[in-house]
Structures are given as C-alpha cells and as structure tokens.
Design a protein around this ligand. Sequence first.
Ligand code: NAD
Ligand code: TDX
Length: 346
Amino acid sequence: MKRILVTGGAGFIGANFVHYLIEHSDAHITILDSLTYAGNLASLRGIPAAQLSTVIGDITDAPLVDELVSPSDAVVHFAAESHNDNSLFDPRPFLETNVVGTYTLLEAVRRHDVRFHHISTDEVYGDLELDDPNRFTDTTPYNPSSPYSSTKAASDLLVRAWVRSFGVRATISNCSNNYGPYQHVEKFIPRQITNILAGVRPKLYGSGHNVRDWIHVDDHSSAVWEILRRGTPGRTYLIGADGERNNHDVLEMILVLMGRDPAAFDTVTDRPGHDLRYAIDASVLREELGWRPAHQDLSAGLAQTISWYRDNTWWWKDAKVATEERYVLQEAMLAAPGLHNDGDAS
Ligand code: NAD
Ligand code: TDX
C-alpha cells in the first residue's frame, strides 16, 4: 500500500493515524478534510511534506472524491461529524457527512476497485445495563440512540450493502471511546483537563455513572493498520482495550493527577437519551490478527494526555473559547421546554 487516502486526517483520530503511518510505513498519504470546527491542520505539524498531500475539500463532493480515490491503493475513512451533543441540536450535518459522504466514497471505491476501510463506533450497538455480563460483538444487533450514532449505523449498513451487492473490498471497525493528544476540547476528557488548566470547575453530566470503554488513540491506530493490511474484506472488527470506567471515576482520576480536590467539579444537566454503558469484546481482533493494545494503564495514559494539553495551550485555546460558548447555549436549550432530557429516549 503505497498511496493511502485518509479522510478526516485533520481531526483527532485521523491526525493521530497519519502520525502513526509516518512512523510505521513508507506510504504516501493524502488527506481529504473540509476543516470543519473539528479539523486542525496544526495537528499534522512535523510530518515531512514529501510524505503528505493535503486537500481541503468535502467528502460529499463526488468529482473531487473520484479524482482522489482513483490513484489510491486504499482509503481509510475517518471523516465524520463526531459529537453526540451537537447531533442533538443540529442533526443535518451528521446526515450529510456521515451518510451522504460515506455513500460518495463508496461509489468512488466501487468505480475504481480500491480497498476501503470504514471507521465506525461502538455506539451503533446502543447501550448496556451496568450489570450486563455481555459486551458488544460483531453479531450484536444495531440499536443506536442518538442522531450521531444512527448516522454512523446507517453508514456501516451502506458499507455492508456495497460489499454484498457490488463486491467492494471493504472492512469496518467499531471502536470504543478514544483519548489522547489532539482531541477536540468539546469531548469529555480534554474538556475537563482544559477546564482545570483554565481555572474552571469540570462539568459532569448527570450522575456520572455512565460507563465508557476507554482506549488510547495509538492503540486504535495500530488496530486499524493491522486490519487494513491483514483483515478480511467484508468483515467487521470491534476495537477495544478492556478500559471500562464510569465518568465520575475518570473525572476523579484527572483531578487527582492534576493535584486538585477530587470533589472539585460541578454536576450539570444530563445529556438527553444519554447511553448508559458501552463495552467492547475485541477477541476476534486479538485472535485473528494477533493485535494487542499497548496502553492499558488509564492513569498513565491520562497523565501523558494532561501533559500534552498543558504543553500545547496554543493548539486548543481558541477552540476552547468557542466550545464553551456552545456549551452555554446547550445548557440554555436543555433548560427550555420541548427537549426530552430524562435520559429515556422514548
Ligand atoms: P473529529 O470530529 O475530531 O474529526 C473529524 C474530522 O472530519 C475533522 O477534521 C473534520 O474537519 C472532518 N470532516 C467533517 N466533515 C467533513 C466532510 N464533510 N468532508 C471532509 N472532512 C470532514 O472526529 P474523531 O473523534 O477524530 O473521529 C474520527 C472517526 O472515528 C469518526 O468517524 C468517528 O465516528 C469515529 N470514532 C470516534 C471515536 C472517538 O472516541 N472519538 C470512537 C470511535 C469511532
Ligand atoms: O462535559 C462533559 N461531561 C460529561 O459528563 C462531556 C462533554 C461529556 N460527558 C460525558 C458524556 C459521556 O458519557 O462523558 C462521556 C463521554 O462523552 P463524549 O466525550 O462526548 O463521548 P461519547 O458521547 O461517549 O462519544 C465518543 O465516543 C464514541 C465520541 O465522541 C464518538 O465520536 C465516538 O463514536
């Protein structure tokens, strides 16, 4: 694989994947990214220009996508609208990018017979009870809760249909919650770290009992690279690193690692329809492809991530202001009548 097209390469996981590829392959990488509020070319600083081409454009732009896909050996598709909270207040961009954008890429890889890897999420499976002994596997029925996860589920189903109907050489991976450097400050872990750095109390939604299955972004990258090289077209792989923790515990860990009182946070209005628990069974990936996560110590990973945000204020400070303005509006909208917010999506 000499020429790889990475969509969403200026986003959190896409940029980390590009850094990973530079370290672990000699591929030439082209990124296609429309630079929404979540894209930041500064996340790609330090990458040798000879190995990277940057195209600022939209994955729904069929002629552009066709032109970029045709000379590629593989496409790794990260581009998405990715934040659940945003999807509750303005779902349209999620439909356009996550559904129409994925469709546009599928048509191009079909035309040019290019290997395709689709990045998806564990959220397509809905949520689990806290005491459910089962975890998500590739046979768990789809049951998404939010506009975000429903559009990711739709995109996965499009990929499966293009495999079956047109023989497209595609794999899908559904990964759990990522953390690490270059993550947008709207997301839970960087939002709380940067709040503390800015002297603001962290914000916990609802009870904080919701469980997420955390994985370091470098482990996500290594799994995707393994699947791209050795995965079986047509297959779905679940990626996770056995990192289940509830939000309250993660927040306490961050506060303690940053030398603060573990109780120094505010509880705010819960997310409407808030998924209770995600948990991934990654045994297929471990057994079939021999993949192993390298960063299973969450406390060490958080400490490294805290250091990164502390040392790279320049990277996040502008986005922080805009993001917190958005969260003020969100709080006001949640307080307004008409939006369901008791955590039950009925
Ligand atoms: P992100 O929001 O940080 O980055 C998304 C990138 O896509 C941005 O650079 C943005 O500019 C770009 N983009 C958005 N719309 C586009 C369009 N129409 N055309 C071209 N580029 C566009 O997201 P992320 O957290 O890096 O997530 C990347 C992928 O991984 C997504 O598909 C997401 O569903 C999936 N995923 C994320 C997580 C997580 O914990 N963050 C977990 C599992 C799966
Ligand atoms: O300020 C906050 N306080 C809080 O308690 C924020 C932003 C979040 N939370 C909670 C909500 C979730 O239970 O923290 C948890 C994590 O929230 P997010 O970072 O928004 O992630 P989540 O909704 O779990 O989705 C993430 O993982 C799956 C990514 O954003 C998705 O793109 C991915 O598919």
